[in-house]
Design a protein around this ligand. Structure first.
Ligand code: SF4
Ligand code: SF4
Length: 355
C-alpha cells in the first residue's frame, strides 16, 4: 500500500471512532523535545506519530463547572479514553496487517516510565510517549500556558490518543498560530498551585519542529496529583472547591513548604487516618486511593471500568480551556459560583453555594 493511501485510511479509522482531529507528526520534529517526546523509547526506528483528539461537549463542561453534575463529563472521559485505546490498537493492527512497518499503540493515560507517581517517593513521572508533544508535532496545535495542548478548533478541552509507527508517513504542517490567548483561566481554576500564573518554565525547554513552546513554570507535581485525584481542592478565597469534600487549600502551601515531607505526611494522615476527620470523609478518601491503586496496577486508564474510576474531580486546567474565550470565561464564572462539595452520611455528594 502506498504511504498516501495508508495515511488516508488511518485518518478514516480515527475519525470513524469519534475523534474530531487527526494529525501526523515526525520523530525529526521531536528530536529536540524533552525525553518523553522520543518515540524510539517505545518503538526503535519510529518515524511517525499519529495523534487524534476527542473534545469534551460544552453541556457536560457547564454541568461539571457549575457543579450541577459530573457524570456527563465522566462518561465523555471514559468514552474518550477507551475509544482512544481501542482506536490506537485498530490503527496499529491495520498498519501491521497491510504493510511491513511496525507500530506501538500509546496508552492514553496512567502509564509512566518511572512507575506510578507517589506523593512520598516519585514526584514527577513521565509517560512512555507524550501525546501532547506528539500532537504539537502532528500540527494539532501548540502548548498553552497550562502546558496542555491548545487547538484552534477545540482549545485544550479534549483527550488524546496516539500510535507510533516506523512508516515514514508525510507529516502534516505544524499549526501556524498558538491559540492560547493568555487568559490564565487554566491557572485561576486550579486550586493546587502546581503551575505559576506569571512565571514561565525555563528548566525544561520544549522545542518541537524548531519552535520553542512557552508554558507556565511547574511546582511540585504531587500537588496536582492529589487534587486531580480529588483528595483536596479549595479555592484561596474558600468559596469553591473541586469535586472533593476535603477543603484544604494547597495553593496556600508554597512549593518550598511542600518539599517538607512532614507537611505531606500530616496532610495524608488527616485525610485518611485522623479520627478528627469525619469517618464518612475518611472512607471517601480511602475509596479514591483505592481507585488510584487500581490505575497504578492496570497502567492504563482505558482498562479501568468507569464504575471503579472515581474521576474526574479536577482536570480544570484542561477542561476549562474551550476554544471560545467567552465560553471559557462563562465556565470560570460558573466554577466561582458553584460552591463547595460535601458528602452526606450515606456518602452521597452534594454542593452548597457560599455567598
Ligand atoms: S486557559 Fe487561557 S491561558 Fe490557559 S492554556 Fe487555555 S487559552 Fe491559554
Ligand atoms: S489537574 Fe487540577 S490540580 Fe492539576 S494542574 Fe490541572 S487544575 Fe491544577
Amino acid at each position: 500500500m502506498e504511504l498516501t493511501e495508508l495515511k488516508e485510511k488511518i485518518k478514516k479509522i480515527a475519525l470513524d471512532s469519534g475523534a474530531k482531529l487527526v494529525g501526523f507528526g515526525s520523530q525529526e520534529r521531536l528530536k529536540n523535545a524533552p525525553p518523553s517526546g522520543d518515540m524510539n523509547y517505545c518503538l526503535p526506528s519510529s518515524q511517525c506519530c499519529i495523534i487524534f483528539a476527542y473534545p469534551n461537549s460544552l453541556t457536560a463542561l457547564e454541568n461539571y463547572f457549575s457543579k450541577k453534575e459530573r457524570l456527563s463529563l465522566k462518561k465523555e472521559l471514559h468514552f474518550a479514553y477507551s475509544n482512544a485505546w481501542k482506536t490506537s490498537q485498530t490503527i496499529a493492527e491495520f498498519i501491521e496487517n497491510n504493510t511491513e512497518f511496525k507500530t506501538f499503540p500509546v496508552v492514553p493515560n496512567f502509564k509512566y516510565r518511572e512507575g506510578f507517581p507517589n506523593i512520598f517517593k516519585v514526584d514527577v513521572a513521565y509517560p512512555d510517549f507524550s501525546l501532547r508533544y506528539g500532537a504539537v508535532a502532528a500540527g494539532l496545535g501548540h502548548l498553552g500556558w497550562s502546558g496542555n495542548l491548545v487547538t484552534k478548533e477545540y482549545g485544550g478541552s479534549l483527550f488524546l490518543g496516539g500510535v507510533l509507527t516506523t512508516a515514514p508517513i508525510e507529516p502534516d504542517p505544524m499549526a501556524k498560530e498558538n491559540n492560547c490567548n493568555g487568559c490564565k483561566l487554566c491557572i485561576k481554576s486550579c486550586t493546587s498551585g502546581y503551575a505559576s500564573i506569571d512565571e514561565k518554565e525555563t528548566a525544561q525547554p520544549v522545542i518541537i519542529g524548531d519552535q520553542i513552546e512557552i508554558y507556565s513554570k511547574r511546582g511540585a507535581y504531587s500537588k496536582c496529583g492529589i487534587s486531580c485525584l480529588g483528595l483536596t481542592g479549595l479555592s484561596e478565597d474558600s468559596k469553591w472547591t473541586i469535586w472533593s469534600p476535603n477543603h484544604v487549600s494547597l495553593k496556600k502551601i508554597s512549593n518550598e513548604e511542600w518539599k517538607d515531607v512532614d507537611i505531606r505526611r500530616k496532610l495524608m494522615y488527616d485525610l485518611v487516618s485522623n479520627k478528627e476527620t469525619p469517618e464518612k470523609i475518611r472512607n471517601f478518601n480511602k475509596k479514591l486511593i483505592k481507585s488510584s491503586s487500581l490505575l497504578a496496577r492496570k497502567k492504563n486508564v482505558a482498562l479501568v471500568p468507569a464504575e471503579k474510576h472515581f474521576g474526574p474531580r479536577c482536570g480544570n486546567c484542561a477542561f476549562i480551556c474551550v476554544a471560545d474565550p467567552l465560553e471559557r470565561a462563562k465556565l470560570f464564572k460558573m466554577l466561582k459560583n458553584s460552591g463547595k462539595m460535601y458528602i452526606d452520611d450515606e456518602g452521597k455528594e452534594f454542593t452548597k453555594k457560599i455567598t
